[in-house]
Design a protein around this ligand. Structure first.
Ligand SMILES: O=P(O)(O)OC[C@H]1O[C@H](OP(=O)(O)OP(=O)(O)O)[C@H](O)[C@@H]1O
Ligand SMILES: O=c1[nH]c(=O)c2nc[nH]c2[nH]1
Length: 192
């Protein structure tokens, strides 16, 4: 997605610990036109799989996921990282590690909104080590929902998340690919 690639080239900042800051377009401020375009790109790719739901993880996955769900015309469910009192049992859970905040986080989705009848496309903001998406796939398996595909806005190729998720056997589509971010130099290519 060329507009996204250009925006990351202009605004992306390399932070210590191999973190790419794109807060101006993905993780803090959101740009409506760019976000809509992300959703349409995911929808074009995944519509032929006839998903019944888009699933993501709070917080940064919500914007691209709702954009994709709007373009696909299906509901979007986000895994919560703290269980609210409103959440109805039975609940599916899995653990992941937060890359930007540190520590182990627990993901929660109620069976009220996810079950064996669901055909799911997962959409998230970053694919790095793949740990978060692995946790979400474990949670989906508990629910009996079928995972059809995974879409991520930004892939950090050098963290090899794509290879680590290959055993899931589903298509993985990203919109921008960070090939390298070493020595203060950022190499961004279109996703794959
Ligand atoms: O492939 P991984 O190594 O698992 O990294 C990707 C995950 O890291 C971020 O979550 P994080 O909890 O840091 O941030 P968020 O609360 O902004 O979504 C991001 O939103 C992805 O879910
Ligand atoms: O803002 C972010 N920048 C990153 O480099 C990253 N990797 C995983 N999750 C991330 N979030």
């Amino acid at each position: 997605m060329q507009a996204l690639v250009e925006a990351i080239r202009q605004q992306g900042e390399i932070l210590p610990g191999g973190i790419l800051k794109v807060d101006g377009l993905v993780n803090h401020q959101l740009l409506p036109d760019l976000t809509r375009e992300m959703g349409e790109a995911f929808a074009r790719h995944f519509a032929p799989l006839r998903p019944s739901k888009v699933v993501t993880i709070e917080v940064s996955g919500i914007a691209p996921a709702i954009a994709a769900a709007m373009a696909l015309g299906v509901p979007m469910v986000y895994a919560r990282k703290k269980k609210p009192v409103t959440m109805k049992e039975p609940i599916f859970t899995a653990q992941s590690v937060s890359r930007t905040k540190g520590g182990v986080v627990e993901l929660f989705v109620s069976s009220e909104f996810l079950g064996p009848a669901d055909r799911v496309v997962v959409v998230d903001d970053f694919l790095a080590s793949g740990g978060t998406l692995r946790a979400l796939s474990t949670l989906l398996a508990q629910s009996g929902a079928q995972l059809l595909g995974i879409g991520c806005v930004v892939e950090k190729q050098f963290e090899h998340g794509r290879a680590k998720l290959a055993d899931l056997g589903v298509p993985l589509h990203t919109l921008a690919n960070i090939v390298r971010m070493e020595g203060g130099e950022l190499t961004v290519e279109p996703g794959r």
